[in-house]
Design a protein around this ligand. Structure first.
Ligand SMILES: Cc1ncc(COP(=O)(O)O)c(C=O)c1O
Length: 369
């Protein structure tokens, strides 16, 4: 299975160096060597994502969803509300997390194919003084849609509210650069655009507002407590057993990211990949769900060709060396997704068009057309 190209939006393919890093050896997290590793990761994550000096990193053992839930819990003070942008599956997940923890919410709902209107958020912030945080997904991986986080950040900045951004599928690979967004609580993950392995996620907390806010929010969970995690990690400790080997892999993934030119270089690479695969989709008449100006670099949601199911297309492409991904939620019967995240040799992306064409031709012939 080693030369299967994963075109799902995480876990993404990793480099040999990242996989080898997991074999650095057994390590107790109470030893100084782990404190060094954690300290290095906390610094390098903020640095490589453009927020060194303005944000503090909190490492979280758990997938991206653990980071989202820690962020939601830590963003709102008692008796206040969370404004959630819901225009995809991950916005809806933020909302259900708030509900699960008894945090009152205000929802700005939007169609899945359009970015949220920042004006709607500005109006609500002006009219409702109890809104304590605004939560928005940057890249809705559901559809490959980008929300306008820089514009929203500029609005939230003028209020007491904090700005929570789920950047799990955008860190390091989408614009704007986090340095240009006034985000106070950013969720990210080791896998996806950073090319580490799954199992560790993180928060970036702005020292202007984010660190103070997580300290002021009530404690709503024992494991996912951002204030306790921050205090402990600032002192070089970590409260619970971390995913040590995943941290090794992330350490190597960041070294490779920075060694290859950092954010600008990775952004360029992802744009090149998007251009290559989307030119192929256009030649094959596969309709892209999201209009050009709102498209993320790394995920394309495409309409399924007439009469072909996702399962059949998936199986054909897997035989040809590619794992594609289903449409999510209400798009599951009509769309499929192709993600170009992780370590993928460019020639394999160039060859994808041919594999798609052959798969569609084969399935169409099998239906007797
Ligand atoms: C935008 C976004 N948020 C959150 C998550 C959840 O991450 P995980 O599956 O690692 O828990 C994902 C996963 O694809 C995502 O794309």
């Amino acid at each position: 299975m080693s030369d299967l190209v994963l075109l799902n939006p995480g876990p993404a393919c990793t480099s040999p160096g990242v996989r080898e890093a997991m074999l650095r050896g057994d390590l107790c997290h109470r030893e100084p060597e782990f404190a060094d590793l954690m300290g290095r990761l906390r610094t390098s994550l903020a640095r490589c994502l453009g927020v060194a000096g303005t944000h503090e990193t909190v490492l979280i053992t758990g997938s991206g969803t653990a980071a989202m839930e820690t962020a939601v819990i830590g963003s709102v003070r008692a008796g206040r509300k969370l404004l959630v942008v819901d225009n995809g599956v991950y916005g809806a997940r933020l909302l259900s997390m708030a509900e699960a923890h008894g945090v009152e919410t205000v929802v700005v709902e939007g169609p899945w194919t359009r970015p949220v209107d920042p004006g709607a958020i500005a109006d609500l912030l002006r009219s409702d003084g109890r809104i304590d945080a605004v939560a928005c997904v940057h890249h809705e991986t559901t559809t490959g849609l980008l929300n306008p986080i820089a514009e929203i950040g500029a609005i939230v900045r003028d209020h007491e509210a904090v700005f929570l951004v789920d950047a799990i599928s955008s860190t390091g690979i989408e614009s704007p650069d986090l340095a240009e967004v006034h985000a106070d609580i950013v969720c990210g993950t080791a896998n996806k655009g950073l090319h580490g392995v799954p199992g560790v996620s993180f928060l970036l907390l702005s020292t202007a507002k984010g660190t103070g806010r997580v300290a002021a929010a009530p404690r709503r969970s024992v494991y996912l407590d951002p204030a306790a995690q921050l205090r402990s990690q600032q002192a070089g400790d970590i409260p619970f057993t971390p995913a040590v080997q995943t941290c090794y892999a992330l350490d190597e993934a960041i070294a490779q990211y920075e060694g290859a030119g950092g954010y600008e270089a990775r952004l360029r690479l992802y744009r090149e990949r998007a251009a290559v695969v989307r030119a192929g989709f256009a030649r094959l008449d596969l309709p892209v769900l999201i209009e050009e100006p709102y498209r993320a670099n790394s995920v394309t949601a495409l309409g399924l060709p007439a009469g072909i199911t996702y399962r059949a297309l998936h199986d054909e492409l897997k035989q040809r060396g590619y794992v594609i991904y289903a449409g999510q939620g209400r798009l599951s019967e009509t769309h499929f997704r192709i993600a170009t995240m992780g370590e993928i040799p460019m020639p394999r992306l160039v060859e994808l068009e041919g594999a798609l064409e052959e798969s569609i031709r084969h399935l169409t012939k099998a239906r007797g057309e």
